[in-house]
Design a binder for this molecule. Structure first.
Ligand code: ADP
Ligand code: MG
Length: 696
């Protein structure tokens, strides 16, 4: 056998054959290094496990963790067709029923005989029941319950490869693998962050004596992760600012002044402030790279339009790119309306135009006849060229990859257009810092006047009939409604079937006299867009939808948002959904319809506030370590080890150290820093290029 290195494929390890290597591959474990970095997502120790007998006497609402053997399972329908997966588990002290409402498909994953760990709140439901928020199959029939008193790592596993098997694999090889690990960071950085060495950290996370020791190890890995990201961000920012001079626009008071005079409303103070900040960037010789954050309905489009007009009156072109055709059309309609009094017509470039129409738009962009364009990904196609692109605006920027945003900017490689990113997803400061480093940000923290808060209420199965009647009354009054069903992962067939059934049920039995539409992510885009257009035109009264609706849809006539199973959505997502209503003059309502046994506490907290930034923070707190969906949502960067709610100190330290390091040594050329650059190359696809290929 060749000598073992960190790059050695995991298949060369004893105990890993072809089949197991394939399963490990599903967990992204391909090399022995990957195995070392596959760290436990939690630990079990005797002090955190409650004997089942004590759960049965615990009060409802108590949070517990139990471990037991599954002795029976089943799927039980409730009265209104929601199916609950149930498993009875046993330990030395007694039996306990665990229930997962709306998750019948777990039947395939949790089987009789397996050893199961569950944690979550105790509910009262025909006696005591645990409704697991978290659960993990620890082993099969042949596996023993863990020794009490021992700290047991729990790894992410996959079908066909149990936690237990992964634990064994790590245990068997850890002593041989650890000596291969070399330190990557200078001692000064480690001291500044208060963390230890890399080898030691990996040993601690895999084989801790106490949970606290494991946490120290994790913090070291988290620091490394944050530090590398901050170095990349600091470097990218330096290059962006240095490599090309920006365009220096001047204030000509032409189109911008005309728009101001003809606006059908007065700008809010926040809009004025943001326009000022953006104009200051545009008129400076440095390139603008600014994020405009604003809650749903805060009026980002008109702010962006002022920036676009400043570019236009300077003889440049401006492009606004949106992630879907519907959104692009919506912006196009808004711009067309606002620009009607001016002698300016925006262009629309989307996939559904005929080949001839597209060619005509492209022609006008290339000749410079078109000054403003709104479009989708169609804008970054190779055939599209601009005469003189001066400003790029990206709506819902997190839905584009970094390279897609760059592709539009590259349409003027000679001059380096300004970039304005729009986001309705409020990003807490820590997350923004982690994702963008020193990105400049403007915040629209005020809604236009006259917007009433969306009245948010929590209904229940008992009041479902009343909710349906309320929707009907609103439709009778000339309004429209959304009913959202949780199909969070569009590949979850069972969920999708439930949503489709629900739409059928509503159309046939509840609202036979109304027009009910259905949209979900598995429909072809043109069918989905067609239904959306009909909804916007008022031809569909009740729109049943999965979360595909979440993005910036603006139908002012819709006044009701009913959300089924809100317990299955994150708070930030609920906020986005609620933001689809309350966009017109009429009073709007959001009705939450939780499943039986769902916690109402967090829903109450949500109902009590409309502050998007506050909700974003609650959301981040709620999700905690391990499952940073927020990071992915907010910018296509996934953090594996860091937890932004707990590691803010590490983040601040990393940010400061990275800025200083790049300032002192812009390409990190010092010999002592070579392991750092190598690690960046390993973790970021174009990382080495960033530091090596480009001078500066
Ligand atoms: P978002 O920030 O969610 O993208 P939009 O830009 O779509 O918000 O604006 C939402 C609605 O509010 C639009 O119909 C827009 O015309 C309107 N609007 C924007 N600014 C104001 C304002 N200052 N006063 C009144 N209405 C406004
Ligand atoms: Mg918008």
């Amino acid at each position: 056998m060749p000598s073992l290195r960190l790059d050695t494929p995991v298949q060369f390890l004893k105990g890993v054959g072809e089949r197991r290597a394939e399963l490990l591959g599903r967990l992204e474990i391909r090399t022995v290094r990957d195995l070392l970095y596959h760290i436990p997502f939690r630990y079990l120790d005797a002090t955190t496990v409650t004997p089942i007998a004590r759960v049965r006497s615990a009060g409802a609402g108590a949070e517990v963790t139990v471990v037991g053997r599954v002795i029976s399972t089943g799927v039980i329908p409730t009265r209104r067709g929601l199916r609950v997966f149930q498993a009875v588990i046993r330990d030395d002290s007694g039996l306990l029923e665990c229930g997962w409402p709306g998750r019948p498909f777990l039947e395939r994953q949790i089987t009789k005989g397996s050893l199961l760990l569950c944690s979550g709140p105790v509910k009262h439901f025909h006696g005591r029941q645990l409704q697991p928020r978290e659960w993990v199959v620890l082993g099969g029939e042949e596996d023993e319950a863990p020794d009490t008193g021992k700290v047991l790592p729990v790894y992410r596993a996959t079908e066909g490869l149990t936690v237990r098997q992964i634990r064994r694999l790590v245990e068997d090889h850890l002593d041989r693998l650890l000596p291969l690990v070399e330190e990557t960071f200078p001692a000064a950085w480690r001291h500044a962050a208060g963390v230890g060495g890399l080898r030691d950290a990996l040993e601690r996370v895999h084989r801790p004596d106490t949970v606290a020791v494991a946490e120290e190890g994790r913090r070291r890995l988290a620091f490394e992760e944050l530090m590398l990201l901050q170095l990349v961000l600091a470097r990218a920012r330096r290059l962006a600012k240095r490599s090309r001079a920006g365009i220096r626009f001047t204030i000509k008071r032409e189109f911008t002044t005309q728009l101001r005079e003809h606006l059908p409303f007065a700008l809010t103070a926040a809009q004025k402030r943001c326009i000022k900040e953006i104009v200051a960037d545009q008129t400076s010789p440095e390139r603008m790279h600014r994020l405009l954050q604003g809650d749903v309905g805060s009026g980002k489009t008109v702010v962006a339009l002022f920036a676009m007009l400043l570019a236009a009156e300077n003889g440049y072109q401006a492009a606004l790119m949106a992630p879907t055709e519907i959104l692009a059309e919506q912006h196009f309609a808004t711009l067309t309306r606002l620009l009607a009094p001016l002698d300016l017509r925006p262009e629309l470039l989307v996939g559904r135009l005929s080949a001839g129409e597209k060619a005509a738009v492209r022609e006008r962009l290339a000749s410079g006849a078109a000054r403003l364009v709104v479009g989708t990904h169609a804008l970054i196609q190779g055939e599209v060229s601009f005469r003189r692109l001066g400003l790029v605006v990206i709506d819902e920027q997190h839905r584009f990859g970094v390279e897609q945003r760059a592709a539009l900017v590259e349409k003027n490689a000679a001059e380096g257009p300004d970039v304005l990113l729009l986001s309705a997803t409020p990003i807490p400061r820590t997350l923004a810092l982690a994702l963008y480093g020193d990105l400049d940000a403007s915040r629209l923290d005020e809604l236009p006047p006259g917007r009433e808060a969306v009245a948010t209420s929590i209904a229940s199965e008992k009041t479902r009939g009343k909710v349906y009647r309320f929707v009907r009354e609103q439709v009778a009054a000339g309004h429209q409604a959304y009913i959202i069903y949780p199909v969070i992962d569009e590949s979850e067939k069972v969920d999708l079937r439930a949503a489709t059934k629900m739409a059928e049920h509503l159309a046939k039995e509840i609202y036979p006299d109304l027009s009910v539409g259905l949209v979900h992510g598995r429909l072809p885009a043109d069918a989905r867009d067609e239904t959306m257009r009909r909804f916007r035109a008022g031809d569909v009264h009740v729109l049943v939808s999965t979360t595909v609706i979440e993005v910036g849809i603006d139908v002012a006539n819709a006044t009701v948002m009913v959300i089924e199973h809100p317990e299955r959505f994150g708070l930030a997502q609920l906020h986005q959904l609620r933001g689809r209503v309350g966009r017109g003059a009429a009073r709007s309502h959001c009705v939450l319809l939780p499943g039986e046994g769902a916690s109402r506490e967090r829903l109450k907290r949500f109902a009590a506030t409309q502050d998007g930034f506050r909700i974003a923070e609650l959301d981040l707190e709620e999700r905690g370590h391990g499952e940073l969906v927020g990071a992915r949502q907010a910018g296509q960067v996934t953090l594996r080890f860091a937890d932004l709610t707990r590691d803010t100190d590490l983040l601040e330290t990393a940010h400061r150290l990275a800025r200083d390091a790049i300032q002192a040594d812009p390409s990190l050329s010092a010999p002592a820093l070579q392991p750092v650059v190598v690690e960046i190359g390993r973790r970021f696809e174009r990382g080495l290029e960033l530091f090596r290929a480009i001078p500066g």
